[in-house]
Design a protein around this ligand. Structure first.
Ligand SMILES: C[S@@+](CC[C@H](N)C(=O)[O-])C[C@H]1O[C@@H](n2cnc3c(N)ncnc32)[C@H](O)[C@@H]1O
Length: 266
């Protein structure tokens, strides 16, 4: 018989502390039901009988459950060309200012890959002389499961609903099961790797960062730290895009292009 699992407020606090330490994500008490559902699923997979057993498992020295826990609590919602305004700004005002023969882009918190592949399409379509330049897109996430899906590059209708028909034809191969796979040219442009945004990233290496719809889950303190890391990773005159509902805080050395987009001063 399967036990029905009810996460208590105290247990949620303990899981929230672990989540905060590992990822910077703040889980509020209002997420009790959501976390109850997500964690119950993981308990069933592990054949555990209580949340207390799961907490013990996570805290056991040498436990390798932590990455599964992180994958259980993260929200991975994404789709191609999310926030069209950002892609318009990029195409109309930013890509034509990039002069160097090599362009480095970082999709930080890329989830299942729709964002970095959208960036690859935008750069190929709208950056002058794109095919004679070297475009490198590094796409990272803390969650290994989404990275696996991202490197397979196979998507269905939900993810593709805002892709223009001519781009669908040009950049995707229809598969027998109704899904579409991104073409090899795009897959070769994107390098996927695991990275926790709380960890430092090499300084001054990228021209463009998309770090969208992830800092909303962080508290001000972790957000500030990540924000500084991201600005540090940019080359002078490089651009940082946050999610459309996020706001770049006023900081010296940064010019705000719009509420969610910043340029590092040269
Ligand atoms: C909602 S998705 C956003 C995907 C994409 N950027 C977009 O806007 O459509 C948030 C992603 O952030 C990742 N994430 C959460 N905490 C992270 C951290 N500390 N470091 C790196 N990625 C993290 C999650 O695994 C998830 O895939």
């Amino acid at each position: 018989m399967e036990a029905s699992l009810t996460l208590t407020k105290q247990e949620l606090e303990k899981f929230a502390d672990i989540a905060y330490r590992e990822t910077g994500i703040r889980i509020s008490p209002q997420k009790l039901e959501l976390m109850n559902n997500r964690l119950s699923r993981r308990l069933r997979e592990l054949n555990l009988r209580s949340f207390r057993d799961y907490l013990e498992m996570l805290q056991r020295p040498g436990s390798n459950e932590m990455s599964n826990f992180v994958e259980t609590i993260t929200t991975n919602e994404t789709y191609f060309f999310r926030c069209p305004r950002h892609f318009r700004l990029l195409s109309r005002q930013i890509l034509n200012t990039f002069q160097s023969p090599t362009i480095d882009v970082w999709s930080a918190a890329c989830s299942t890959g729709e964002e970095p592949y959208s960036l690859a399409i935008a750069l190929l379509e709208r950056m002058p002389n794109a095919r004679n330049r070297k475009i490198r897109i590094f796409a990272s996430d803390i969650d290994r499961k989404v990275l696996k899906k991202a490197s397979d590059g196979v998507y269905g209708d939900y993810a593709l609903r805002f892709v223009r028909p001519e781009f669908l034809k040009k950049y995707f191969i229809p598969l027998n099961n109704g899904m579409y796979q991104v073409i090899p040219e795009l897959r070769q442009m994107v390098l996927f790797g695991q990275h926790n945004l709380q960890n430092p990233f090499p300084k001054g290496k990228v021209d463009l960062i998309f770090c969208r719809n992830v800092l909303i889950y962080f508290d001000d303190q972790s957000k500030d730290q990540v924000f500084r890391n991201l600005l540090g990773a940019l080359r002078p005159n490089g651009y940082l895009f946050l999610g459309e509902s996020e706001i770049v805080p006023p900081l010296s050395g940064v010019h705000r292009v719009e509420a969610s987009v910043a340029q590092k001063k040269g």
